[in-house]
Design a protein around this ligand. Structure first.
Ligand SMILES: NC(=O)c1ccc[n+]([C@@H]2O[C@H](COP(=O)([O-])OP(=O)(O)OC[C@H]3O[C@@H](n4cnc5c(N)ncnc54)[C@H](OP(=O)(O)O)[C@@H]3O)[C@@H](O)[C@H]2O)c1
Length: 334
């Protein structure tokens, strides 16, 4: 175990985020292990995954990120949300976990050897998963679940289109929509067509040779992870009472994906078709639901590549290309 200069506080390695900018500006630091609140657990981190959310916080874009996260410099010097690991110790109000439990879930600042996590945002890991697989799940599965169930209210036999079916959210969304009994069309690039079919999609559209909006009244639901079409195009291919759910949009400094969300809300305002815009929220009920789906085998994480902790900057650069095939993982400790 590392200790600090006076030999008392155990130290840990962490990724330090002191300025907005590209991944190469991130530094590794040795700092004291965090002290957790009474309703938190201290997790010895085994694996984390990277999300566009981390990239937005790292770069401070779009601008609304800085309104809450710090205008000139980030208020929080840590990054990372998706984590798996082993409970090291528990706060006095923690009843759901004990030290030694294998857990996964959401913990802000988890790009580090140890992190504090609220007990309400963690679950015991299903036995069937490795630490790398478990870290792939939280943000992406929660977003797909809340988009399809809470927002779109997908019913069995409805036709659901997933735009961006091969990325982190999309790979879970295809599987969850199938588990809900929907007919599923996935949209992805040419190299991912077979993978999306293997996940259970009934139809796959390769966006390099077909435009999914060139059809009339076909889809009951569009779950959109990409935001690359005009509102009139989404409306055309939806059924008369179809639902358009915006998960993500194109990057940009001022409003980025928020601009696409606002456009959706405005242009569907007087229509029987509906637009839904949401930010995934960490509710225990939903975390339990996707954990049950993992345990039963209804959904499986798709892992693009696993990086070591010292390669975390490369992992974020990989995500930034927009070509992630499922999730990108970083193993923090073996
Ligand atoms: N609202 C929320 O709470 C929430 C939560 C999580 C994420 N998000 C947002 O949702 C979006 C997706 O997140 P993610 O984690 O899935 O990102 P991701 O893993 O980085 O997405 C990469 C995927 O995007 C696909 N893609 C890129 N251009 C495409 C196009 N023109 N048509 C179809 N697919 C395309 C790529 O497919 P190919 O390589 O096959 O082209 C790749 O598989 C991001 O904008 C993110 O910020 C929102």
């Amino acid at each position: 175990m590392h200790t600090n200069h006076n030999g008392h506080l155990p130290l840990m390695r962490t990724v330090s985020h002191e300025r907005y900018g590209p991944a190469r500006k991130l530094k590794f630091k040795e700092v004291g292990r965090p002290t957790c609140d009474p309703d938190e657990v201290l997790v010895a981190v085994r694996s984390v995954s990277v999300n566009p959310f981390d990239w937005h916080n790292m770069t401070g874009t779009p601008l609304p990120v800085r309104l809450s996260g710090g205008l000139r410099r980030p208020k929080a010097s840590r990054l990372g949300v998706d984590v798996s690991g082993v409970v090291e110790s528990v706060g006095e109000n923690v009843s759901r976990f004990k030290s030694g439990d294998k857990v996964y879930g959401f913990a802000d600042g988890c790009f580090a050897e140890y992190v504090c996590a609220k007990q309400s945002e963690m679950m015991k890991m299903p036995d069937t998963l490795s630490f790398d697989q478990a870290a792939a799940v939280p943000v992406a599965a929660l977003t797909a679940l809340q988009g399809l169930v809470n927002n779109a209210e997908v019913q069995a036999n409805e036709h659901v289109l997933i735009n961006g079916a091969s990325g982190g959210v999309g790979t879970f969304a295809v599987q969850i929509a199938k588990a809900l009994g929907a007919e599923v069309t996935g949209v992805c690039g040419p190299t991912n067509v077979d993978m999306v079919k293997d996940l259970g999609a009934d139809h796959v559209i390769d966006y390099s040779n077909a435009d999914f909006t060139r059809t009339q009244g076909t889809y009951d639901v569009i779950l959109d992870n990409v935001g690359n079409k005009r509102m009139s195009q989404y409306k055309r291919c939806l059924t008369p009472e179809g639902r358009y759910v915006v998960v993500g949009g194109q990057k940009g400094f001022f409003l980025g994906p928020v601009a696409h969300m606002l456009k959706a809300l405005l242009s569907f305002k007087f229509s029987k078709q509906q637009a839904k815009v949401f930010m995934a929220t960490r509710t225990l009920k939903d975390i339990e639901t996707f954990t049950e789906m993992l345990a039963s085998g209804a959904i499986k994480p798709v892992i693009d590549r696993v990086y070591s902790f010292s390669e975390i900057r490369e992992a974020i650069d990989h995500l930034e290309t927009g070509r992630a095939r499922g999730k990108i993982i970083v193993t923090v400790a073996e």
